[in-house]
Design a protein around this ligand. Structure first.
Ligand code: HEC
Ligand code: HEC
Ligand code: HEC
Ligand code: HEC
Ligand code: HEC
Length: 241
């Protein structure tokens, strides 16, 4: 048989085709990664001026989110605590120093770099410059308290913060994400007002995570949605005005 194509062209299917597939794969991976994660800052986890750990304070010490994020149930915006809130426990004056000298924890904390920074902030009145993590663009509106009061847990939007050493963003906060829940909020509703028994704390992330993953959520959520008469808006002007 006469050779129509030179011999090297036999390599085309063996080498070039897999390369092309690989290339295509990389491009689509890159696209998905960029669009789903990087662009929307999923995983955004900036270095903070003080290494504050939710894992220690919430996970280990059992503090409620609202001790520090005091406005989550009342206000359009949530808030990050002032240094004074931390000083409920991390004070350091002569008196406490004397009283606590026997405590190993205090000895350790007296020279802890982060706590030295924290106490300096309190003394000078200069707030700690926490870097903002979750932020939607100014042309969209997100009323924080309305969600918490409707029975949506911090868990649904911020994940298991109680397990984090450093807070990271774990959902895109994109319009599609908002609408996905607005179309089917029952998947995320918890009985925060005790309409169907003992109330569930929206800040009890572990319990909420278990409840939402359980088989009974579909029925309970649907019942709660009916009782609460929630109508999450889908018209543009609700979020853009
Ligand atoms: C002892 C005080 C304290 C408690 C309790 C606490 N937080 Fe925080 N939280 C902070 C501080 C300080 C920051 C800012 C520094 C940081 O991002 O780690 C913060 C940041 C956050 C952020 C990121 C804010 C941003 O910039 O977008 C989220 C989300 C958050 N907390 C959720 C929670 C949840 C949920 C709970 C309860 C499970 C909780 N916090 C309990 C002090 C606290
Ligand atoms: C209810 C009391 C309480 C409050 C309020 C509190 N802390 Fe703490 N914090 C503790 C205790 C107790 C420890 C030691 C925990 C351990 O090591 O087991 C600690 C540990 C720490 C540490 C040291 C972690 C390490 O070992 O390196 C830092 C830093 C810290 N807290 C920052 C903060 C900041 C910032 C705030 C305010 C947003 C805050 N704390 C509010 C009780 C508190
Ligand atoms: C329905 C979703 C949703 C729920 C539920 C929710 N958050 Fe948020 N949270 C957001 C979004 C979105 C932002 C960013 C808002 C913005 O940019 O205006 C945010 C911002 C924050 C911030 C940053 C505020 C700042 O100014 O730095 C904190 C802290 C916070 N949330 C804590 C909580 C806590 C604690 C709970 C539970 C009690 C909670 N969130 C429940 C979606 C939610
Ligand atoms: C996990 C579920 C969930 C997510 C995610 C969510 N929402 Fe909602 N949203 C609700 C529910 C439930 C209501 C209904 C509250 C009510 O009727 O009291 C609501 C109500 C609202 C309202 C009307 C509030 C009012 O006072 O009537 C606005 C505006 C809104 N959401 C904006 C947003 C935006 C913007 C985002 C995304 C950044 C978002 N939501 C993400 C569940 C969610
Ligand atoms: C539940 C709240 C909500 C509703 C309802 C909503 N949006 Fe949005 N929209 C957002 C949020 C949050 C963003 C910012 C994040 C993003 O760009 O996805 C946004 C972004 C946008 C953007 C900018 C997108 C981009 O790629 O920069 C446009 C355009 C837009 N919305 C148009 C609309 C129109 C038109 C409607 C009605 C059909 C609508 N939105 C309904 C929450 C909402």
């Amino acid at each position: 048989m006469s050779q129509v194509f030179p011999k090297w062209t036999n390599l085309i299917p063996k080498v070039i085709a897999p390369l092309a597939v690989l290339g295509l794969g990389l491009v689509s991976f890159g696209y998905v990664y960029y669009v789903d994660n990087k662009y929307w800052m999923v995983g955004y986890e900036p270095q903070q001026p003080v290494d504050y750990s939710h894992q220690i304070h919430v996970g280990k010490l059992g503090m409620d989110c609202r001790f520090c994020h005091t406005h989550v149930e009342e206000s359009y915006h949530s808030n990050v605590p002032a240094t004074a809130t931390c000083m409920n426990c991390h004070t350091a004056d002569e008196a406490t120093d004397q009283a606590m000298l026997s405590s190993d924890l205090w000895k350790k904390h007296k020279t802890n770099k982060n706590l030295v920074t924290l106490r300096a902030s309190f003394q000078s009145g200069e707030p700690v410059q926490w870097r903002r993590i979750h932020k939607i663009p100014d042309y969209a509106h997100f009323p924080h308290a309305a969600h918490v009061n409707a029975g949506i847990s911090c868990y649904s939007c911020h994940g298991r913060v109680d397990q984090l050493e450093v807070v990271r963003q774990n959902h895109s906060l994109a319009m599609g994400w908002c609408l996905e829940c607005h179309r089917a909020p029952e998947k995320h509703l918890v009985d925060n007002k005790g309409q169907m028994g003992a109330p569930v704390q929206v800040t009890d992330l572990k319990t909420v995570a278990e409840l939402l993953a359980s088989e009974s959520q579909a029925q309970r959520g649907a019942e709660l949605a009916k009782q609460k008469q929630l109508q999450p808006p889908q018209h543009c002007a609700a979020c853009h005005y």
